[in-house]
Design a protein around this ligand. Structure first.
Ligand code: DLL
Length: 433
């Protein structure tokens, strides 16, 4: 089933022509409205007119989260604030978040993209869609919500947490589709099993899972435990949110909404485009955005693309399931976490040394994080009570900064391994089965 058959099955050549036409317009728009881009073009010795087709994009440098941070909060917006109707945000590499602004038109195109994903997963106006992504600054909740409303389905804005209540809603409200992170879907399955709740007591037929990497094995496990078809959905707030690309029944890949986002795969070492089928960093250029248009935004996600026609009939470019990232960003319970954020919390609280190790694990299908940090010599000789207070202070500060809890464990001064090269700050024991 297609939401927008014309676009989703458009002849490849026409689709490329549409992209190039929109690219030229978006480049001109961005250059004229955002001083950051004008400067970028000037420094690259390029003119907007030099970018005629997707191939010309190589003339421009990449943009990144750092550029959003340097222009925090609104510096990269291309419209006056009165045209911005919504703000979302996600983690930046340090304390400052990455802020995204949407015009009414941007929200409409986002809804359209999510509507395509939901329809591809079999969603129609007859469905009851339980959205258990977080509502708020994170784009998961409101993103899936908007798409579900667009297709005319019944939305249950359940948001995250309270698994017992989520299961009750699945049973009582007759939810036919579930939207959450894949690890939470597994956790729901586990909890049902533990409490002897039979799969026959819920009515789910499909789920859209994303916001974190997952494997085909996990997909099969979710399908088995919940008795559903599981579909991948990918996106990032900077580019709009969930729905930049979406999974189908025809292959394991995700279809990129090519008419709104132009994808490139580049070699992390050389920055050059790599051929179809080869892995590299995923880079997006928005084609139709008005609030926060982005040119050559390097996501640091690792994937590959193919332009072969999919068995599902879609001609949209297909990206492979994301296999990881080229930077140190962790995704913990769907929340993006940079080690540098944890470091700035630790250092701002004080009484600890700048030596720490972040341990991440998956217990009962849920991510858990422990931060081991060296106490300063002074704090080490402090009373037990003083140390407990310090621990509570760090825990609270981590939770308020990142939005997720972490266990904080103090270790003796000079006990964590020192490295001569790049410090190893993270031990990620989660195995994506
Ligand atoms: O995670 C948007 C989203 C919400 C996508 C709900 C899907 C479902 P951010 O918080 O900005 O936005 O995080 C974006 O999450 O660069 C990837 O590293 C990762 N990510 C998102 N979807 C997938 C996926 C949302 N399907 C970052 N597979 C991205 C693997 C994913 N990684």
């Amino acid at each position: 089933m297609y939401w927008n058959e014309e676009i989703e099955t458009m002849d490849a050549e026409r689709l490329r022509a549409l992209q190039d036409e929109r690219l030229r317009e978006q480049v001109r728009y961005t250059y004229d409205r955002v001083p950051f881009y004008k400067k970028m073009f000037d420094e690259a010795g390029a003119q907007p007119g030099d970018i005629r087709t997707a191939k010309d994009l190589e003339k421009l440098p990449f943009t990144s989260k750092t550029d959003l941070r340097d222009n925090y909060p609104y510096g990269l917006l291309a419209v006056p604030m009165e045209e911005i109707v919504r703000i979302h945000a996600s983690s930046g590499t340090t304390g400052k978040a990455t802020v995204v602004g949407y015009t009414a038109g941007d929200l409409a195109l986002w809804d359209e993209c999510v509507a395509r994903a939901l329809t591809c997963a079999g969603g129609t106006r007859k469905d009851i869609i339980q959205v258990c992504y977080g509502y708020g600054l994170f784009t998961g909740g409101l993103g899936l919500h908007g798409g579900a409303e667009r297709i005319g389905a019944t939305v249950i804005p359940a948001s995250t947490g309270n698994t017992a209540r989520q299961i009750t809603m699945l049973q009582d409200y007759g939810s036919t589709m579930l939207c959450c992170t894949p690890s939470y879907a597994l956790y729901i399955g586990d909890t049902m099993e533990k409490n002897n709740i039979p799969v026959s007591s819920i009515h789910l037929k499909a789920g859209l899972f994303g916001a974190e990497p997952w494997t085909v094995r996990m997909k099969e496990e979710i399908e088995k435990r919940l008795g559903i078809r599981a579909y991948d959905i990918y996106g990032l707030s900077e580019i709009s949110g969930p729905g930049v690309s979406f999974g189908c029944d025809g292959s394991d890949g995700l279809h990129v909404n090519d008419d709104h986002f132009l994808i490139e795969i580049v070699d992390p070492a050389t920055g050059k485009n790599v051929p179809d089928g080869e892995k590299g960093e995923v880079v997006f250029t928005t084609l139709t955005k008005r609030g926060l248009p982005l040119l050559r935004y390097n996501t640091h996600d690792i994937s590959s693309i193919t332009h072969e026609r999919c068995a599902c009939g879609r001609t949209l470019t297909r990206m492979a399931r994301i296999t990881g990232r080229s930077d140190d960003m962790l995704i913990i319970r769907g929340v993006n976490v940079f080690p540098s954020q944890i470091e700035s919390v630790l250092l701002s609280v004080g009484q600890v040394e700048p030596y720490y190790m972040i341990h991440v694990d998956r217990v009962n299908n849920l991510d858990v994080m422990e931060i081991k940090v060296e106490l300063s010599a002074d704090a080490f000789s402090d009373s037990m009570r003083g140390i407990e207070e310090l621990e509570a202070k760090i825990r609270a500060s981590i939770e308020s900064t990142l939005g997720i809890a972490a266990k904080v464990t103090f270790v003796e001064p000079s006990s964590l391994p020192r490295s001569e090269g790049k410090a190893k700050r993270v031990i990620d024991n989660r195995t994506l089965r």
